[in-house]
Design a protein around this ligand. Structure first.
Ligand SMILES: Nc1ncnc2c1ncn2[C@@H]1O[C@H](COP(=O)(O)OP(=O)(O)OP(=O)(O)O)[C@@H](O)[C@H]1O
Ligand SMILES: [Mg+2]
Length: 450
């Protein structure tokens, strides 16, 4: 198997978006979004994508991988940008696949923002909603299509979209997209695409099996790793509290109230548990929303949007919300139950501590979860020592009357955690100092010749 010996153009690292050679309309959009400096993964990946390379790119959660693929793709499509009304002048050239509907919507929102001053067209298609509006959009012609695999296949099979001119394929959360759950759909989608294309895999985690499998989709790829493989986000303080299963709800509320945490994303393993926790919080008069795969799509979107806007304090979620979702300055994630897959831990806690902000991740670990905890520690190569639960707040801090440990005070409306401003889009740039140092792009094993 050949290994690429080519010297990476990323060795000379550009420290501004300007130096990366992006067109003026893209720079203007970045400026409006308050992006001042490219993050390390953007510094490394953008020149490689512009140079036409296939990539396996790994960087920690919340470090700007979306722009790392979206910006160079837009740049590469600038020559095709046109204002013609004819759908034929707007074939799908870039396809971005994501594992969840919510992430597809979010990635598309980012594309729209970066593309604001270019006449390139984009849309997003995902399941759980009517196909008609999506078909109309697709028939109008779009250069950039963001999609979840199942719905995309529906459209491809019914010929409401043609994928024969796709030049760029991005798998966001690539390790998830290549696991057994998605692989069959992905293979069917690949049958609709030209074999000559540029393929980009991005994730915060890659395991060796996936690396091997990915080779068959890539041509002479480069591997870009910012920070050691599978590391959790650096700015996230990780705490473990050993708690009996029946005491977890009290422990959750105690953690949140004693620290005055204005918003918390709570992960459970199952939909049943998410419902149970959410409903029990609601019964206590706490504003809590629930999101999982059995909810109608409108409910899923309303729950996430309400949480993003700061309308509810708790969002109780399954791993549907673990990957990619960007909730600006979310201060805290709680693992009510540890995930079975250690990489899900990395993604879950990566919902906080994004874009240079600090965050807190608390895991409530019952005796029968010790083995899962050990697996997570091995995966992230770090010990997570248990600490006692925080004290219940003293009476003068109590806003609501507490009759038990679970009825500790409601969180104050104003954030006590620095940077925890709820329901507002971040405008300031990533603090580059808080991000891991830039590492060199390495050649990755090349794909077997087709
Ligand atoms: N250069 C930049 N300057 C300022 N903010 C940035 C920059 N790049 C990205 N961001 C912001 O950082 C946040 C995280 O970006 P993004 O969602 O792309 O992270 P990610 O690496 O894909 O994380 P995950 O692994 O969780 O998917 C977003 O709010 C994004 O707008
Ligand atoms: Mg992402």
């Amino acid at each position: 198997m050949e290994v690429s010996k080519e010297t990476s153009p990323a060795l000379e690292v550009a420290t501004s978006f300007d130096e990366l050679g992006l067109a003026a309309p893209i720079l203007a959009a970045l400026n409006e979004m308050g992006y001042k400096t490219p993050t390390p993964i953007q510094q490394q990946a953008i020149p490689l994508v512009l140079a036409g390379r296939d990539l396996m790119a790994q960087a920690q959660t919340g470090t700007g991988k979306t722009a790392a693929f979206a910006l160079p793709l837009l740049q590469k499509m600038v020559p095709h940008a046109n204002a013609s009304a004819s759908p034929a002048r707007h074939p799908v050239r870039a396809l971005v696949l994501t594992p969840t509907r919510e992430l597809a919507i979010q990635v598309h929102e980012s594309v729209v923002a970066y593309n604001k001053h270019l006449p390139l067209r984009s849309t997003v298609v995902f399941g759980g909603v009517d196909m008609k509006a999506q078909i109309a959009d697709l028939r109008n012609g779009v250069e950039i299509l963001v999609a979840t695999p199942g719905r995309l296949l529906d459209h491809a099979n019914s010929r409401s979209v043609l994928l024969s001119q796709v030049q760029f394929l991005v798998l966001d959360e690539a390790d998830r997209m290549l696991d057994m759950g998605f692989l069959p759909d992905l293979k069917r989608i690949l049958d609709f695409l030209p074999t000559q294309r540029q393929t980009l895999l991005f994730s915060a985690t890659f395991d060796d099996n996936i690396v091997g499998l990915a080779r068959s989709f890539l041509q002479n790829p480069l591997k870009v790793e910012v920070a050691r493989r599978n590391t959790s986000a650096e700015n996230v303080e990780q705490l473990v509290h050993k708690v009996k299963e029946e005491d977890k709800l009290d422990a959750l509320v105690r953690v949140v109230n004693s620290r005055g945490i204005p918003q918390v994303l709570v992960f459970t393993r199952t939909k049943v548990c998410a419902d149970k926790v959410g409903h029990r919080l609601q019964k206590r008069g706490i504003q809590a929303a629930i999101i999982h795969g059995d909810k109608a799509q409108v409910e899923r979107l309303a729950a996430l949007e309400g949480f993003k806007q700061g309308k509810v304090q708790y969002l109780v979620a399954t791993d549907i919300a673990a990957r990619g979702i960007d909730i600006v300055e979310l201060p805290c994630v709680v693992n009510y139950e540890l995930p079975y897959a250690p990489e899900d831990y990395v993604h879950r806690i990566g919902r906080t501590g994004r874009a240079g902000a600090s965050g807190l991740a608390v895991s409530l670990v019952a005796p029968d979860e010790e083995r899962l905890l050990a697996g997570i520690e091995r995966f992230i190569k770090r010990d997570l020592n248990a600490s006692p639960l925080p004290e219940i707040a003293r009476p003068q801090q109590v806003h609501a009357q507490a009759s038990s440990a679970e009825a500790v005070p409601a969180a104050p409306a104003a954030a006590q955690i620095p940077g925890a401003r709820v329901g507002r889009r971040r405008a300031e740039p990533v603090c580059a100092l808080l991000l891991p140092p830039v590492q060199r792009a390495e050649p990755a094993p090349s794909a077997p010749q087709a």
